[in-house]
Design a protein around this ligand. Sequence first.
Ligand SMILES: Nc1ncnc2c1ncn2[C@@H]1O[C@H](COP(=O)(O)OP(=O)(O)OP(=O)(O)O)[C@@H](O)[C@H]1O
Length: 308
Amino acid sequence: MADSKAIQQQNQLYEESTYYQGLIDRGLNYLDAGYPVHFTGSSGIGKTTLALHIAKQRKRPVMLIHGNQDLSNEDLIGTYSGYTRSKLKDNYVRSVYKIEENVSESWTDGRLLEAIRKGYTLVYDEFTRSRPETNNIFLPILEEKILPLYGTKQKGTYMKVHPEFSVIFTSNPGEYAGVFSTQDALLDRMVTLPMDSMDTEAEAMAIRSKTDLEQGEAEAIVRFMQKVRGLSSQKEDGNGPGLRACLMIADIASRQGIPIDGNNDDFVRLCLDITWFPLKNSVEEKNHSRVRKQLEQEARKVKVGEET
Ligand SMILES: Nc1ncnc2c1ncn2[C@@H]1O[C@H](COP(=O)(O)OP(=O)(O)OP(=O)(O)O)[C@@H](O)[C@H]1O
């Protein structure tokens, strides 16, 4: 399916779903009022896609930064990347020969500094994966609307934030090992909008925007996934497989010509391969074998056009 068609269908989904329209309208209003917005929810639920969609509506260039523990202040603000040497040879009067040499350090803007200077919309994806010391730079940006530059050998000690600059954060509540706990001071300065799973129709529409499956087939996969998520709500920090898992089953089945049918062994195997790992992580260990059996039973019940 052509990318532009997929984007068109994705936009249609956002326009037609009251749930998404609500999130988009509120998100845009808070950004317009000068507040950063934070989408939080389980893995693969669609946070980044929604954040980028909202960012594009603001009609400003969009910059995307992925949080990670190696992200440093130098990456965000900038750094001196080497030296520039310029040489001037003055031989105007033949008998006089003068050489003037200048060496200066060359500065490269970091991504955050560029966004702040030019008034971009920044999407800071999975910001909780970065170290709190790195994220602290956002406190004066969000509160005083300045970016401190001390320690960078820049001329001024701070830079004023461009009035059109705005940030959309996304995070995944404590699901991955290695995620740093979210800083409360930063969270206090943003409007947090928790994201739930889409309803059946919207999730099926998302599948159809990415594959050639029929509505009935897409809905059968979504209903199966809803059952899987029901099995997973046994541990606080786990929500089981998200929209991404639905899309993987749909895409692989469609490419490999596997029918969406619980009577087909290939389909059942595919469902187990895609869902068992994320499900396992969200279920107490003592329940693993029981839940795995339930999962297989649910996969075998999948039938197009029938509520299972
Ligand atoms: N409205 C939509 N229509 C179609 N596909 C979508 C939509 N929203 C998200 N997706 C797809 O679902 C998958 C997961 O989306 P996304 O990466 O935005 O989720 P996420 O919550 O940010 O995930 P993670 O927490 O793992 O970063 C992606 O393949 C994305 O293209």
